[in-house]
Write a protein that binds this ligand. Structure first.
Ligand SMILES: Cc1cc2nc3c(=O)[nH]c(=O)nc-3n(C[C@H](O)[C@H](O)[C@H](O)COP(=O)(O)O)c2cc1C
Length: 319
């Protein structure tokens, strides 16, 4: 029996009010319904779906996942059932479960992002849209959309025109200065940015003298990336005004608090779900107790409330 929180854990992302800051990270919980077999996912602030594409995708050839020190490398290649099947089969299940659904979308062409956003805009149950921009842009030689400020700006501007509810831009950390990209998203009307997707990583089987995953490199996630992403959340928080959703290496409720102190408004839980699908069970009670210990009654008072003097770190000054 979960006792009701004593403190107010609500947070706001755009027009969306969430009962607490916890979200699933895209691609680590399928479409939410399977995770619901382990715990009631409607207890979370929001459920973010696996990246959806216009057509179903089988994804990359295996091996496409490998465990490494303090995390994992994946190269799933956006395997998913496609937007239509999601709407027909998964959305009704999520509706029955209850809770806030945010759809994550991915595409290879700008016009496909817009088409996906238009389809989802027609479904009021989709409360928010998270754009996964860590996908290769076929027209520009395969570089990630999210590593080019011009292209990022164009996608956000066009999607903003067709999607009226909460729009979140998920940034790639594989750039020199992420805060520049966050500012572009903010200027184009995004309601929030997710900081961040996975880092490019590689692991080698020394006896076979082969990479451990088929696509050679993949996305590195898990506890090892938390300090990297923490620094990025802090920097983006000091450079922009829109809410930040932190994503990277959360394994415990303290990690959530750390991210909120660094400037995050909400926090996604990802890789940990592969080993502990019900890990969040105690998060809300522990966060509640922490707030009471700190003599705070509202979680949003904690956002970015880190006790620092930015003048001590000239390299972190907003650009
Ligand atoms: C197996 C796996 C699949 C993922 N698939 C997606 C995806 O489809 N879309 C997306 O935006 N992010 C995807 N991600 C990135 C996660 O959503 C998350 O941003 C990242 O893993 C960092 O958080 P974590 O360390 O808590 O896992 C995936 C991550 C993993 C481990």
């Amino acid at each position: 029996m979960i006792s009701p929180p004593r403190c107010d854990l609500r947070v706001r992302i755009g027009e969306l009010e969430l009962k607490n800051p916890l979200m699933t990270a895209s691609g680590t919980c399928g479409y939410g319904d399977e995770l619901n077999e382990y715990f009631d996912i409607s207890t979370l602030g929001a459920i973010i779906t696996k990246s959806l594409t216009l057509k179903p995708k089988v994804g990359n050839e295996p091996p496409r996942i490998t465990e490494v020190a303090s995390g994992m490398i994946n190269s799933i290649g956006l395997a998913n059932i496609g937007i239509e099947k999601f709407i027909q089969e998964k959305l009704p299940k999520l509706r029955d479960i209850g809770g806030v659904v945010i759809a994550n979308v991915a595409a290879k062409r700008l016009e496909d992002y817009v088409a996906l956003a238009e389809i989802l805009a027609a479904h009021a149950d989709i409360k928010g849209l998270e754009l996964n921009l860590s996908c290769p842009n076929v027209k520009e030689g395969g570089i990630e959309f999210g590593t080019d400020e011009r292209i990022l700006s164009r996608i956000v501007r066009k999607v903003r025109k067709v999607f009226p509810r909460t729009l979140i831009v998920k940034l790639t950390p594989n750039v020199t200065r992420m805060s520049d990209f966050a500012k572009v998203a903010e200027n184009e009307g995004a309601d929030a940015v997710t900081v961040a997707n996975t880092y490019v990583g590689m692991a080698i089987d020394i006896y076979r003298r082969k990479p451990k995953i088929h696509t050679i490199t993949g996305g590195y996630s898990g506890p090892a990336i938390k300090p990297l992403t923490m620094a990025k959340v802090f920097h983006v928080h000091n450079s922009t005004k829109i809410p930040i959703i932190a994503s990277g290496g959360v394994f415990d409720w303290q990690d959530v608090i750390e991210y909120i102190l660094a400037g995050a408004t909400a926090v996604e839980v990802g890789t940990v779900l592969f080993t502990k699908p019900n890990v969040t069970d105690n998060f809300l009670a522990e966060m509640d107790a922490y707030l009471s210990d700190m003599k705070l009654s509202r979680l949003d008072e904690l956002i970015g409330s880190l006790n620092v003097n930015i003048g001590d770190a000239p390299h972190l000054k907003p650009s």
